[in-house]
Design a protein around this ligand. Structure first.
Ligand code: NAP
Length: 341
């Protein structure tokens, strides 16, 4: 239950929106831009992480059209500005419940507002995966971090470790060398998953060292209550050791933010929403875009593309809905085998 109580607005409760977008990252704002331009008058809920993960990225080098690169916050602000320019209504509120069992769909928010909508675009993204080792939760904000851009500055001339072997670990590890005196990347295998260009940069950086075939089994506090060391285990030799460090940056992948649709739309075992190749979920009128349904590409550029696709399919769905009504359209889509099971 929310601590924030705002008087509910009667007119909001009775109105049925054409489209509601849940999530304010690249996929959500692109869906906002397209559905607004299609005159669907969308509402977009930002959730608590405004801008999504991209807003936490120091520099984006691979978003086409910006050859000099730009900061994640800058790009996120541009996405929002462009979506609003065409009429997307942005609500700084978090969707807590979504009921897809009846059409129009109903949702309830952290500010205790209720909305009804004829179509929904799920764009809630994903959040960083936790290591789930002793000390991690207690020391988050006291040396444990999931965002180098946010917290790197606090580690000026200090020694930090980075856990993970993917693009995020290397990219964030490289960023941390601007502040830290030494960055040790700890990876559970002896081969990195990260792209070759990032591997090359990391291997060439004097401040970066690697510890291979090793996992972190606990994060330990010093007398001041902040991170002082980690306990490591070599997975090949089983050797256990203690490694002194001032900070622990964890980049070991993501978990999709799909809780509010669990049991309502088809999902894979990891909780990613399953869509067909046009962005439809298993429920007619509910679409998904970005990292909530993409465990493979996870790029700003792909999320933007998926947001546009979901929005264009929403536009098509809304035109057919007006023609046929929900039950007939639902039957047709299900009988055609068009939607994922
Ligand atoms: P990722 O590619 O899934 O890599 C996660 C890393 O964490 C892997 O090296 C994995 O080890 C390791 N790992 C997973 N669980 C672990 C655990 N419990 N303990 C220890 N290590 C663990 O995730 P990501 O780096 O966040 O990247 C996600 C996606 O975003 C990728 O598609 C990536 O290409 C993309 N991305 C792109 C850029 C860019 O283009 N500049 C930047 C950031 C991210 P294994 O290798 O052994 O599985």
């Amino acid at each position: 239950m929310s601590m924030f109580i705002v008087p509910s607005d009667q007119s909001d409760e009775e109105k049925i929106e054409k489209v509601i977008i849940i999530g304010g990252g690249p996929a959500g704002f692109t869906a906002g831009l397209y559905t607004a331009r299609a005159q669907l008058n969308p509402i977009l809920f930002t959730g608590n992480d405004i801008g999504g993960q991209v807003a936490l990225t120091y520099e984006i080098e691979n978003y086409p059209g910006f050859p000099e690169g730009l900061s994640g916050t800058d790009l996120a602000e541009r996405f929002q500005k462009q979506a609003e320019k065409f009429g997307t209504r942005v609500e700084y509120d978090h969707v807590l419940e979504l009921d897809l069992s009846q059409h129009p769909f109903t949702l309830r928010t952290q500010f205790e507002k209720e909305y009804k909508a004829e179509s929904i675009i799920l764009a809630m993204g994903a959040t960083p995966r936790k290591l789930q080792v002793p000390g991690e939760a207690e020391l988050t904000g006291r040396g444990v971090s999931y965002c180098a851009t946010c917290d790197g500055f606090f580690f000026k001339d200090k020694e930090v470790i980075v856990v993970g072997g993917g693009d995020s670990a290397l990219e964030e590890g490289l960023f941390l060398t601007r502040f830290a005196s030494k960055v040790t990347i700890i990876h559970r295998r002896d081969q990195l998953r990260a792209s070759k260009i990032l591997q090359k940069r990391a291997f060439e950086n004097d401040k970066i060292e690697f510890i291979w075939d090793t996992i972190v089994t606990s994060i330990n506090a010093g007398e001041n209550g902040a991170v002082a060391s980690v306990t490591l285990k070599n997975v090949k030799t089983n050797e256990v050791s203690e490694f002194r460090t001032d900070g622990v940056f964890i980049f070991i992948g993501h978990i999709p933010n799909s809780d509010i649709v669990k049991g309502q739309v088809a999902m894979d075992p990891d909780g990613y929403v399953i869509t067909n190749r046009f962005g439809h979920t298993s429920v007619p009128g509910v679409f998904a875009a970005g990292e909530i349904q993409d465990h493979r590409f996870k790029q700003v550029s792909t999320s933007v593309g998926q947001g546009a696709m979901a929005a264009m399919e929403t536009e098509k769905f809304m035109a057919e809905l007006e023609d046929k009504g929900y039950e007939k359209l639902r039957q047709e889509l299900l009988e055609e085998g068009f939607l994922p099971a």
